[in-house]
Design a protein around this ligand. Structure first.
Ligand code: SF4
Length: 319
């Protein structure tokens, strides 16, 4: 096919709302037949939708020949954020996470990542995307980078990278590659500033320590265009003391960042619990008084199994 056909095809795929190759009417019939011989559109509708009383929607998709993943659509005033999965299951084994309990089932292709965005009925309303669903994005780095390229390229969806955040536990060599090759925002799962304690929560700490992650982060420039945030799930009596505040302030000193406090969504059989509202606010204020911008993320979709991995685990158990 001639080179110019690539731009025409990209235009149909990413700018126009067609459902079949046959609708690419500025390509000759022969070219469309040739394309159909080797490719398909790859648009797959979600299997199931749960709608929360707060407007959050959770979608369940079937991927990788029979595995399940989840996508959340979170409207909030003039913003609508979509939270996408990058893997089915996850290898990282964080002890507070339902997806971690599923174990690893496979990497999603860039098509399966982007399908979670493009196939949604609310596709046109989406203003922001976070890679914070099932899986560790940097453990599937090539497909994640490819999906980011399609989202941000002028021949693709043409999004600004500042509308996208990729969240990671911090895999050292890949973090470097990601920060060099992408301008998207970064979110790092922190959860404790202490080595021993973080290791108990997140096994990745054994081989990729927070200290090493932070020393990579210090090599890059974070500003309004590319922001860094640290995710901190607050567990009652575990990581919510003044000692934690002091150490967080020490290790993050000099980094232009934000800490997002996340309330823990209880999991079946979990030993963890979330501190009450008063203690959560006190923890936020203590961090703020140390000069760290700190916010408490609003819990959304509580009535529809907000914890990521619950819905797909339930579906898996049926099969
Ligand atoms: S929290 Fe993220 S990285 Fe950890 S097990 Fe769950 S999905 Fe994987």
């Amino acid at each position: 096919m001639p080179g110019f056909a690539a731009r025409q095809i990209a235009d149909w795929l990413y700018r126009k709302e067609i459902k079949s190759i046959d609708e690419m009417t500025n390509l000759s019939k022969k070219m469309r037949e040739l394309l159909s011989e080797y490719y398909e559109m790859g648009l797959t509708e979600p299997l199931q939708t749960s709608v929360s009383s707060d407007g959050t929607r959770k979608y369940l998709y079937r991927v990788l020949n029979g595995k399940f993943i989840e996508t959340a659509f979170i409207p909030d005033r003039d913003r609508a954020t979509i939270c996408v999965s990058s893997q089915a299951g996850c290898k990282m084994g964080c002890v507070f996470c339902m997806t971690g309990r599923q174990g690893f089932q496979g990497n999603l292709s860039s098509n399966e990542i982007l399908n979670q965005f493009r196939s949604l009925p609310e596709y046109r309303q989406i203003t922001n995307m976070v890679y914070m669903g099932m899986g560790e994005p940097l453990d599937n780095l090539n497909e994640v980078l490819l999906s980011l390229e399609i989202l941000t390229a002028d021949w693709g969806y043409g999004w600004s990278p500042s509308r996208i955040t990729v969240s990671t536990v911090g895999i050292l060599d890949r973090l470097n590659v990601f920060l060099e090759r992408s301008r998207c925002h970064l979110a790092v799962s922190l959860h404790s500033p202490f080595d021993e304690e973080r290791r108990k929560l997140m096994p990745i700490q054994k081989t990729n320590t927070l200290e090493e992650v932070i020393s990579i982060i210090r090599k890059f420039d974070f500003n309004k265009q590319r922001r860094i945030s640290f995710e901190y799930i607050l567990f009652s009596g575990i990581n919510d003391t003044p000692r934690h505040v002091k150490e967080l302030a020490r290790i993050l000193n000099g980094i232009r960042c934000r800490i997002n406090i996340i309330r823990f969504h209880p999991l079946p059989g979990s030993e963890f619990s979330s501190p009450g509202e008063k203690d959560t606010v006190a923890f936020r204020d203590a961090l703020t008084s140390k000069g760290i911008i700190t916010t408490i993320r609003a819990s959304r979709g509580i009535d529809i199994n907000a914890a990521c991995g619950l819905l797909s685990t339930m579906e898996q158990n049926k099969t």
